[in-house]
Design a binder for this molecule. Structure first.
Ligand SMILES: O=C(O)C(=O)C[C@]1(C(=O)O)C=C[C@@H](O)C=C1
Length: 354
């Protein structure tokens, strides 16, 4: 070993000693805070977002932003676990992008609750069998996840966070590329790789299944089939990587929501989501939304979704900047509630951190 290398390693050892002392001290403080919470929610997404934003504003490298947030999310996850281990429900089995999103947001999930459908994810948390739900709500290529929107209308749960996950798809199989006859994946993922599949796997049957991880399980069992899924799913089921990064848009990103039974305090950079319906009269939507502009509240999303109750009737999903406790947001929401046939505030929560 060269002298230079030895010296660097000694320095790392000394830094690690200091880091351990500091992390332990931090964990003691988090535990003390836990006692002060007196039975209130342990997980405080607004505080975690503030911690991460503050650190990012000081980060001069060499670690990229995503590494800094991953490290500190893991630290907070372990500090939180001293207070309570959170049970987090998501669409299973292990290896889905939902699992990846849950791990990202919570810095690792020690008590995962794998569900068979989005309906079951909602029901599990509504019934108190898990503390938090993680569900996809929109994708940058494929748009809204309809079933999640429908479930949001009915649920008693509140949105308490959002997480954005860059999604990179892969073609995975135990067979050779030339022998593939069928490709399994979730319908959304097949859509996100549509052009690549047309170009490279034309004429090969595509079959939509409940999740990407389920697709991987099927591909592992059936020779001559492949799955479109994450690398982690492929590893879990022992598949080989036939092609990577097959998504049509390299920026392909899915936005997930975190849902629970509790509200979240303002973090300083928040979003509020609501769903509403108007009376069926001319100009109703414009009129309904005007309190937002009048109170200087920016709308970041407007999405319509058909109502099952009638033909050509819609509900509108709206995201606005700010927390429902902010003065101008509160005023705009009060005016909007007075005009709409139906309004449900789905939650105020911190804007996603890298
Ligand atoms: O500040 C708190 O409320 C804490 O419990 C501490 C802490 C942290 O480790 O920083 C842990 C859990 C919460 O979700 C937020 C932050």
């Amino acid at each position: 070993m060269s002298d230079e290398l030895k010296k660097c390693r000694e320095q790392i050892d000394s830094i690690d000693d200091q880091m351990l002392k500091l992390v332990s001290e931090r964990a003691r403080l988090a535990h003390e805070i836990g006692m002060l919470k007196n039975g209130g929610p342990i997980y405080r997404p607004e505080r975690e977002a503030q911690v991460l934003r503050r650190l990012l504003s000081q980060n001069d490298g060499p670690l990229p932003e995503a590494s800094v947030t991953a490290i500190f999310r893991t630290v907070m996850s372990h500090c939180r676990a001293l207070e309570k281990e959170l049970a987090v429900a998501f669409l299973g089995p292990l290896g889905t992008y939902s699992e990846e999103a849950a791990n990202k947001q919570f810095g690792g999930v020690s008590s995962p609750v794998q569900c068979a459908s989005f309906d079951e994810v909602f029901r599990t948390v509504e019934a108190g069998q898990a503390d938090y739900a993680v569900v996809p709500v929109e994708n940058s290529t494929e748009g809204a996840v309809g079933r999640t929107l429908d479930l949001l209308v009915q649920t008693s749960l509140k949105i308490c966070g959002e997480v954005e996950l860059p999604v990179h798809h892969n073609l995975l199989s135990k067979s050779d590329l030339s022998s593939i006859r069928k490709i399994y994946s979730h319908a959304q993922s097949l859509g996100q790789c549509h052009e690549w599949l047309n170009r490279n796997m034309s004429g090969i049957e595509r079959i939509a299944v409940a999740s990407n991880a389920e697709a991987t399980r099927l591909a592992a069992e059936e020779p001559g089939t492949a799955a479109v899924a994450s690398k982690r799913a492929g590893e879990l089921f022992g598949l080989n990587l036939l092609a990577e990064h097959i998504e049509d848009d390299p920026r392909n990103t899915t936005r997930f929501l975190i849902l629970s039974n509790h509200d979240v305090a303002p973090s300083g950079k928040d979003k509020t989501s609501l769903v509403m319906a108007t009376r069926n009269v001319p100009g109703a939507v414009v009129q309904l939304l005007s309190p937002l502009a009048e109170n200087g509240v920016s709308m970041t999303k407007l999405e319509s979704r058909p109502l099952y109750t009638g033909m050509w009737e819609y509900v509108f999903f709206v995201d606005i900047e700010g927390h429902r406790d902010d003065e101008k947001v509160a005023k705009a929401l009060a005016e909007l509630e007075a005009r709409a046939a139906f309004v449900k505030i789905l939650g105020s929560y911190p804007v996603a951190v890298v």
